[in-house]
Design a protein around this ligand. Structure first.
Ligand code: NAD
Length: 285
């Protein structure tokens, strides 16, 4: 494969994220000029998990770049569910906080579902509240989860039509797989959702026009599991001492894919940029 063909197949997540951030920056300025409002995001981290700390840090850096005011709340790992709910309650009532992000995972003694439900649905920047999830299910998309929203944005950017396409999603989490499936169904794709109990994964992946992989299993998808011309979103992240890896055997699969997101530099930065977009939406733009 020529170098030109190789690079033309790679979806440049960092570039697209910058483009989305530019849009948000303009929106933030407009909101400030027209209504004197500066969008505010409150992030909550319970416990000191290093990966979660890093994700929150990246989100704060993005806020700085686009002009969103960010507040950081750190609760100790042993904080009770009541402590967390009382913080969420005060942020729900704070008129300068337009969006709340509760970094997952939470310590085992706190129910993530109950915590998500405690956040006012209009401040739910991550789109995890049952009300927003329900709206997504009935095709009335508002605040939706950032990663699937980013995937849809990329498809629009690259003019990849979805209607009638065979879409295969690997992973059925509430964060990626399930909302992703709903978003593709809302756009009239034919959707298969696979997971760890799926028998003969290859049977499904071989039929995919668009493949979204969110399993967190390094190199789960090999070249012999996909057809020529497939568009692939590699959401998975596996951190090892010598680097970060996706769920797709990138160097071999790229020979068959027409478009493919790299790890790192693919879905990750786009997800954070979509979060910025959601904060702006919460603030009223
Ligand atoms: P999860 O970790 O909650 O669940 C994993 C899913 O993958 C489950 O549905 C499971 O059944 C399925 N799975 C696991 N092993 C499998 C296998 N061998 N074959 C088929 N399916 C298998 O899911 P999640 O929270 O959506 O996260 C998935 C991955 O995506 C993780 O690596 C996570 O770090 C990453 N992630 C990345 C971003 C980003 O912005 N880049 C955002 C969210 C999640």
């Amino acid at each position: 494969m020529s170098a030109e063909s190789y690079y033309s197949r790679i979806i440049d997540g960092k570039f697209l994220a910058q483009q989305i951030e530019d849009e948000v920056r303009s929106g933030v300025k407009e909101l400030k000029n027209s209504h004197g409002v500066i969008p505010g995001l409150a992030t909550i981290l319970v416990g000191g998990d290093p990966a979660s700390k890093m994700y929150v840090h990246l989100k704060h850096k993005a806020c700085e770049r686009v002009g969103i005011r960010a507040e950081d709340y750190l609760l100790p790992a042993e904080a009770s569910q009541e402590d967390l709910f009382s913080l969420i309650d005060s942020l729900n009532r704070d008129i300068n906080v337009h969006a709340i992000l509760l970094q997952l995972p939470l310590p085992k003694h706190i129910s993530p579902q109950a915590a998500m439900e405690a956040i006012t649905s209009t401040k739910d920047a991550d789109g995890f509240h049952p009300y927003n999830m329900g709206k997504l299910m009935i095709g009335n998309e508002g605040l939706v989860p950032c990663t699937p929203h980013g995937v849809i944005r990329v498809l629009e950017e690259y003019n990849v039509s979805v209607k009638g396409k065979n879409v295969v999603i690997i992973g059925h989490s509430n964060v990626v797989g399930k909302p992703m499936a709903a978003m593709f169904l809302n756009r009239n794709a034919t959707v298969s959702v696979c997971h760890v109990f799926t028998d003969n994964l290859k049977k499904y992946t071989l039929g995919a026009d668009i493949l979204v992989v969110a399993a967190g299993v390094k190199y789960l998808i090999k070249a012999d599991m996909v057809k020529e011309g497939v568009v692939i979103f590699d959401v998975g992240i596996t951190k090892e001492e010598n680097g970060v890896y996706g769920d797709v055997d990138f160097e071999n699969v790229i020979k068959k894919a027409s478009l493919l997101t790299p790890v790192p530099g693919g879905v990750g930065p786009i997800t954070i940029a979509m979060l910025m977009k959601h904060v702006l939406m919460c603030a009223g733009k």
